[in-house]
Design a protein around this ligand. Structure first.
Ligand code: SF4
Length: 232
């Protein structure tokens, strides 16, 4: 399998672990605030083949504690991903998977096979604003809802998260998200940060005060809701 990026060490991507982050190209959504836009249409050049990644992981045994897999949308890789995760597991690494939740069947298969120990799933916005937040004209939310329900069964450790943007989110967004994921184990409101690579210019982060207000709205139904990227 082709690998589109490798961050050799991170303390931030895999909760509680010193990890590396593996980037896989291709995504079925077109979020206008995407930080990895160069990866989403699947045309970005690969930086290495799978064998080179596995050799790197073998060398880092005892130094790294886990592998974070992100994208793009990693679950688009289907069977290729299953096989790669099996090889990573055989090297002794737990895997954290980032997903947009559009492929619940593939997510379930990875959980059934015991190949993922932590899942971070985006909950992009309220159901009413979901499609526009994902850069789509229309969107069937059933797969995303199914992935939310699957993770909330608690078969693996997980978090939900929302990148929060002043132009796309408001208090009602978070009231509706809170209703949707009521009782979730972990939920993070992440403050948007702009970058040159973000495809749409003109997005802004909410103020810290607005972020705290949104968190408190969600806490009515998700007491575990926390902020990322906000000074408390
Ligand atoms: S789902 Fe993630 S990778 Fe795909 S376009 Fe949206 S932010 Fe980018």
């Amino acid at each position: 399998m082709k690998i589109h990026g490798l961050q050799k060490m991170t303390l931030l991507d895999f909760p509680g672990k010193v990890a590396c982050t593996v980037f896989l190209g291709g995504c079925d959504l077109r979020c206008p605030f995407c930080h990895n836009a160069e990866l989403i249409d699947g045309t970005a050049p690969a930086v290495m083949e799978e064998e080179e990644l596995l050799a790197f992981l073998k060398k880092r045994q005892g130094l790294l504690e886990g592998v974070a897999i992100t994208g793009g949308e990693p679950l688009l890789r289907g069977q290729e991903l299953t096989e790669l995760l099996g090889k990573i597991r055989d090297l002794g690494y737990p895997v954290k998977l980032d997903t947009n939740g559009t492929h619940p069947d593939r997510l379930r298969a990875l959980l059934d096979a015991g190949l993922v120990s932590y899942v971070a799933m985006d909950v992009k916005n309220s159901p009413e604003k979901y499609a526009v937040t994902c850069g789509m004209k229309a969107m069937d939310l059933s797969p995303v809802r199914e992935s939310v329900s699957l993770l909330m069964e608690g078969r693996t450790d997980y978090e939900f998260r929302t990148t929060t943007i002043a132009e796309l989110h408001d208090a009602e967004s978070f009231r509706r998200i809170g209703e949707w994921i009521a009782g979730a184990k972990r939920y993070f409101l992440q403050k948007f940060t702009d970058r040159d690579t973000v495809p749409f210019e003109g997005f802004h982060a909410p103020s810290d005060e607005e972020m705290k207000q949104y968190r408190d709205i969600v806490r009515a139904t998700v007491p575990a809701a926390e902020l990322r990227g906000v000074e408390e």
